[in-house]
Design a binder for this molecule. Structure first.
Ligand SMILES: C[S@@+](CC[C@H](N)C(=O)[O-])C[C@H]1O[C@@H](n2cnc3c(N)ncnc32)[C@H](O)[C@@H]1O
Length: 205
């Protein structure tokens, strides 16, 4: 099977994503509401948020609007994403693969990965890497969860590239998170879930 791991390294994709996000900023999509519900489940608002796979970095704007005291940094493996985002928003944005976080990245208290895990072919392994970094809080947006075995499909994104759709076996997610000391909660729906996980426990509903 052809490998699509690098397919996101495409400027047109991020120009399309930015155009979509600009519209969404006046009518938030479901998973953005889940993100804020997730933040509201934390015992304390994040001091700092590392946005892994930030794409065109719309979360830098959402943080400025709703979490003005939270320091933001966006990372993406695609130079094209960082170029498009940096031309539009003033934010700390850097090119980085999720497997290559620096000491400075690791000093952030909260890691957000919005719709990043589900575009990876090996997202169970990626979740393990992310959980083992030791961030106090994890917010994993737009996950696909299934009761059966984890599986990978492919789809066309923005009519431009072929990418992956990863479905995580829920028990596996549970075991990775709990083994690494996280309490967690699943928000949303199985095919569009946001997981909020914290080593400090979560607020009771
Ligand atoms: C579906 S987009 C989500 C963008 C953004 N987080 C959002 O919610 O709009 C997935 C993002 O993951 C990034 N990505 C894919 N593989 C990555 C990797 N190995 N390390 C870091 N980012 C990666 C892609 O470049 C893309 O920006």
């Amino acid at each position: 099977m052809k490998n699509h791991e690098d397919s996101w390294k495409n400027r047109k994709v991020f120009e399309s994503q930015l155009a979509l996000n600009e519209e969404e900023l006046s009518n938030y999509p479901f998973h953005w509401h889940c993100f804020f519900e997730a933040v509201g489940s934390l015992k304390k608002e994040p001091d700092s948020l590392l946005d892994l796979g930030c794409g065109s970095a719309v979360f830098s704007v959402l943080c400025k609007r709703h979490l003005p005291n939270t320091k933001y940094r966006g990372l993406d493996y695609a130079q094209e994403a960082i170029d498009v985002a940096s031309a539009r928003w003033e934010a700390d944005l850097q090119v980085r693969d999720y497997r290559e976080l620096t000491e400075s990245d690791l000093s952030f208290d909260t890691l957000h990965a919005g719709a990043m895990l589900d575009v990876l072919p090996n997202a169970d392994e990626a979740l393990k890497v992310i959980a083992e970094y030791g961030f106090k809080n994890l917010i994993l947006g737009r996950m696909k969860l299934v009761e059966g075995e984890s599986k990978t499909e492919t789809y066309e994104a923005y009519d431009l590239i072929t990418t992956y759709a990863f479905y995580h076996n829920m028990e596996n997610v549970h075991s990775i998170l709990t083994r690494n000391g996280y309490d967690y909660k699943v928000l949303g729906f199985p095919d569009n879930a946001t997981i909020i996980a914290s080593k400090e426990g979560l607020r009771l509903d």
